[in-house]
Design a protein around this ligand. Structure first.
Ligand SMILES: NC(=O)c1ccc[n+]([C@@H]2O[C@H](COP(=O)([O-])OP(=O)(O)OC[C@H]3O[C@@H](n4cnc5c(N)ncnc54)[C@H](OP(=O)(O)O)[C@@H]3O)[C@@H](O)[C@H]2O)c1
Length: 246
């Protein structure tokens, strides 16, 4: 059967790299995002690459009152989904968030609150459907708060814990929930950072996400070595950790 895939934050570089892989296998896709022109361009690209059908829906994820309408319409369009990817996010300016609670909360709304709000109706629908996979982008930053990005990390931690609970709840219905934890990925979000050996391309990360969405389980680190880096980071005693500059 042709796969039906819903992507929220579909203009993200990681999400689009995943969508290209699925399009090449003839998937039907609904792309949700807030930038109409970018969505249309992404949809055209996926059609050229072999997608059986691509629809788009405009949504600013922060606009939580509109979530139900957009999710309902997407599910009605394809009669359900085999896979859902939630990819939108922002990397807040940490010093600005330290200076202003409003700035910290604005990024938290996008990175955590909107994701939890979207996961709720999506999970309920797949639970009733008794099939499918939900993959949501978290981050290693959510595993231990660091001085340089703990506002972003706190939101990703909220997403990871919510997804963990959802995974346990939906396992009874045959629905898989994946927490995706990519390391450093070279995308527009990280354009300002100097790149090094630990950095991966969106295509590399999308290959791992693609495989995980087909048969993976639990938390998916990509590239794989981030599982071991995070094991090490989590094991550093707090007294030592507070003196480190990471
Ligand atoms: N890059 C990394 O190193 C890395 C590492 C770990 C996790 N992640 C996570 O991976 C996900 C994808 O990021 P990326 O690296 O692919 O970056 P990206 O290309 O910059 O994508 C971020 C996407 O989020 C969308 N977005 C932001 N706020 C939104 C809102 N309020 N409503 C709807 N869409 C919104 C952006 O839309 P516009 O195009 O309209 O701005 C953009 O498409 C994010 O959740 C990110 O936190 C990234």
């Amino acid at each position: 059967m042709t796969e039906r895939l819903l992507i929220i934050g579909a203009t993200s570089a990681i999400a689009h790299a995943l969508a290209r892989r699925r399009a090449a296998r003839g998937a039907r896709l609904v792309l949700v995002g807030r930038n109409e022109a970018a969505l249309a361009a992404h949809a055209d690209d996926l059609r050229v690459r072999g997608a059986a059908e691509v629809r788009t829906a405009l949504l600013d994820a922060d606009d939580t009152p509109r979530h139900a309408e957009v999710i309902d319409a997407a599910f009605a369009a394809f009669g359900g989904f085999d896979a859902v990817l939630i990819a939108h996010g922002v990397l807040p300016d940490q010093p600005a968030c330290e200076a202003s609670a409003a700035a910290a909360l604005a990024s938290f709304d996008t990175n955590a609150r909107s994701v939890l709000a979207l996961l709720t109706p999506i999970a309920n629908r797949l639970e009733r459907q008794r099939s499918g996979v939900i993959a949501v982008l978290s981050s290693p930053a959510g595993e231990r708060g660091r001085a340089s990005n703990y506002v972003y990390g706190a939101a990703k931690a909220a997403v990871a814990v919510f997804a963990s609970g959802l995974r346990q709840r939906l396992a009874r219905s045959g629905v898989r929930v994946l927490t995706l934890s990519p390391g450093f990925v070279d995308t527009p979000m990280t354009a300002a950072f100097p790149k090094g050996a630990l950095w991966a391309t969106p295509e590399r990360v999308a290959a791992d996400i693609d495989a995980a969405m087909r048969g993976g389980f639990g938390t998916v680190y990509t590239p794989w070595f981030w599982r071991w880096i995070m094991l090490l980071i989590r094991s550093i005693p707090e007294r030592l950790f507070v003196r480190m500059k990471l």
